[in-house]
Design a protein around this ligand. Structure first.
Ligand code: ADP
Ligand code: MG
Length: 327
């Protein structure tokens, strides 16, 4: 049974960065105001995520690692009103079936923390330990019992690049939360709570990207768009610097990519991708996020609404700027 779980988990957990994402999202769901991510060897040796969130009561620690053990979804109404990051209840079960995992958690009003270890699905006992309130998850030696999967992991630098990217996406969508990322004992980023998004962009993605971003806002009944637009002259050869967030969650969507392209048409050189950070707020019942296990893609009930409102507001803003257009 463990082997089957391990193989199934391998399909959800491709690489360390997936784990970082799942653990950080759990911390956010737990109401954390501080999240510290610490990894060793690109996450292949260790991924540790510590938060100051609500914690888990000792009776629930074991259950949290059962498949489909989410505490975040109870009724169909809640499914329609999904607002938390995780709702499949699979992350901890999957991760703990392919690595050595240790959890330590203490609820705010509890006098003790509790800890449990799971080694590739083999659960140890829940024992009281000392510790601060909040939760720490440690994931060591990913895929160590699955050499074929372990071999698929890339170099430390490549895996670290993926981790940084996940960290960046989550950090940009959650500026109210203090966040740290360290690698092999070196602090890479320390983002303070209440930073504005542009300063996080500057720290996480360089000053060149952050400089001169133009803010726009469009509020309609079903869709609020807040965006930071790059000057056409800093458009890139890839769409790597187009970030879209829907209700606080990073997404990729071809309608959005397309409206950006349309909005910048004639202002950038052809084959260049504008730089843009787009934050959408939309009622939860107007789209479906459950189309892909990694939850990056969504299906809008009314993609034309998104496309046209976005195109409209961006185009209008770009036209109002005194652009020195050479294209
Ligand atoms: P999901 O997030 O989809 O519910 P997970 O497998 O990621 O599923 O987590 C299982 C459960 O463990 C969560 O529903 C939550 O109750 C608990 N949990 C996980 N991480 C944390 C955390 N950092 N703080 C508090 N509770 C947590
Ligand atoms: Mg989760």
């Amino acid at each position: 049974k463990n082997m089957i779980n391990m193989i199934a988990a391998g399909e959800v957990i491709e690489r360390p960065a997936n784990i970082v994402k799942e653990l950080m999202e759990n911390s956010i769901d737990a109401g954390a105001s501080r999240i510290a991510v610490s990894v060793e060897d690109g996450g292949k040796r260790l991924i540790q995520v510590t938060d100051d969130g609500g914690g888990i009561e000792p009776e629930d620690i074991e259950t949290a690692f059962e498949p489909h053990a989410t505490s975040k979804l109870r009724t169909m109404d809640e499914l329609l009103g999904i607002s938390s990051m995780g709702f499949r209840g699979e992350a901890l079960a999957s991760i703990s079936s392919v690595a050595r995992v240790k959890i330590k958690s203490r609820e705010r009003d509890s006098i003790s923390a509790y800890s449990m270890e799971i080694d590739c699905g083999d659960k140890g006992a829940v024992t009281p330990v000392s510790g601060d309130y909040g939760t720490t998850l440690e994931v060591r030696d990913l895929f160590y019992k699955l050499p074929a999967r372990r071999k698929f992991l890339k170099t430390v630098n490549t895996e670290m690049g993926h981790i940084s990217e996940q960290f960046t996406r989550i950090a940009l969508a959650n500026c109210g939360i203090e966040m740290k990322l360290s690698h092999n004992g070196r602090l890479l980023y320390h983002l303070l709570a209440g930073d504005d998004v542009v300063s996080r962009i500057s720290v996480l993605l360089t000053k060149d990207i952050a400089q001169g971003l133009v803010p726009v806002l469009s509020e309609e009944k079903d869709l609020t768009i807040a965006a930071y637009l790059g000057h056409p002259s800093i458009s890139r050869t890839t769409n790597k610097f187009q970030y879209t967030f829907l209700n606080g969650r990073y997404i990729r969507d071809r309608f959005i990519t397309h409206s950006l392209k349309e909005a910048y048409r004639g202002l950038t050189e052809p084959n260049r991708f504008p730089v843009a950070f787009i934050f959408l707020q939309m009622p939860y019942d107007m789209y479906d996020v459950n189309v892909h296990p990694t939850k990056i893609e969504v299906r809008f009930d009314n993609p034309n609404l998104v496309h046209s409102q976005l195109l409209g507001v961006i185009r209008e803003k770009l036209m109002s700027l005194d652009l020195d257009v050479e294209a």
